[in-house]
Write a protein that binds this ligand. Structure first.
Ligand code: SF4
Length: 329
């Protein structure tokens, strides 16, 4: 990871209008991504992590969705203000994506070779033979055995783990600067998950690719991500270096998430902790701390105002009245 910032997300707001009201799926999210950095975005379902990343690459279906504000600066150019033709040159080329289920991205009717070669020819300008060689090389790097033969198979001829390896190879085949991986291992069993994360980490480090890793699992970000953003109800509630947050979590939600991760290195016969209650209904959320019904530390002010951001050393930021200097009212 270097000091060069390649992506700046500034006060991003993405809203959806539904029959019941307004869903502020992303409401004022900001973060920087550095060259070669792996940034984890963690939160429960509905916290806004996937919508954040679909917004970053300008893929929000409009209607019902709408980017209601903010900027996404890629090398200083706002992706949200860019014509579609221009952003299509960036998507899949400079910024690439992997989703939870590779079958949503792979065309089941086309051989892997056809799909990979097409992408490489389109974005890299290579001829078909050179593109095929590049595709085979990438499949090999992603750990596909006998890639010269398997490249001519269809997606259904690969297992779930192997399909995700194909997706990793395909998404990195154009040397993107950023890889967005949205729950890349959630559909896989635990041993395969570890292999896929390892191969993704190894390849992106080798190629110098920055990664935004979206997951609901803190176990996935530990040991994988340099930086961590914890999202709750459409906002980032805690941000900072991953190891520092694991060592000393500040926000009560982050503390609860960390306490609920099973630990193999600690002898503990107690029942695993779980955060009480359910994530909030995000339709027409009131402007208070949305975590207060579940928070053991809640104060009166938490029910009245959204918490201000408190900044700490090492770029840490926490959105919680416990640190924002507010007195209970
Ligand atoms: Fe808990 Fe209040 Fe902090 Fe929200 S602002 S997390 S309710 S202490």
């Amino acid at each position: 990871m270097t000091n060069e910032v390649i992506l700046q997300v500034k006060d991003l707001k993405t809203y959806f209008t539904v029959d019941e009201g307004l869903v502020k799926a992303v409401d004022g999210v900001s973060f920087d991504l550095h060259k070669g950095e792996t940034l984890g975005i963690v939160g429960e379902s509905g916290s806004g992590k996937s919508v954040t990343n679909l917004s970053v690459i300008n893929l929000i279906p409009t209607p019902p969705g709408k980017i209601a504000g903010g900027q996404v600066l890629f090398h200083g150019k706002d992706l949200l203000a860019m014509p579609q033709a221009e952003i299509r040159q960036i998507r899949g080329n400079k910024i690439s994506m992997i989703f939870q289920d590779p079958m949503t991205s792979l065309n089941p009717f086309l051989k892997v070779s056809t799909q990979m070669i097409e992408t490489i020819v389109l974005h890299q300008g290579l001829d078909k033979d050179a593109a095929k060689q590049k595709a085979i090389e990438m499949l090999k790097l992603a750990g596909i055995p006998a890639p010269e033969k398997r490249i001519d198979q269809y997606p259904h001829q690969f297992s779930g783990g192997m399909r995700q390896r194909v997706m990793i190879a395909m998404s990195l085949s154009c040397n993107p600067e950023i890889l967005i991986a949205d729950e890349p291992t959630s559909a896989l069993d635990v041993t395969i998950q570890a292999q896929i994360l390892e191969i993704m980490q190894e390849l992106t480090k080798r190629l110098g690719t920055a990664v935004i890793l979206i997951t609901h699992s803190l176990g996935v970000v530990a040991g994988t991500c340099d930086t961590l953003c914890v999202m709750y109800a459409g906002r980032i509630v805690e941000r900072g270096p991953t190891d520092v947050i694991f060592e000393d979590p500040k926000h009560p939600y982050t503390k609860g998430l960390i306490r609920s991760v099973p630990r193999l290195d600690v002898e503990n016969s107690e029942r695993l902790y779980s955060i009480q209650g359910q994530p909030p209904n995000v339709i027409d959320l009131p402007d208070c701390c949305p975590f207060y019904p579940r928070c053991e530390k809640a104060m009166d002010i938490c029910k009245k105002k959204y918490p201000a951001i408190a900044n700490f050393e090492q770029g840490r930021a926490v959105s919680c009245w416990l640190y924002s200097g507010a007195k209970d009212e």
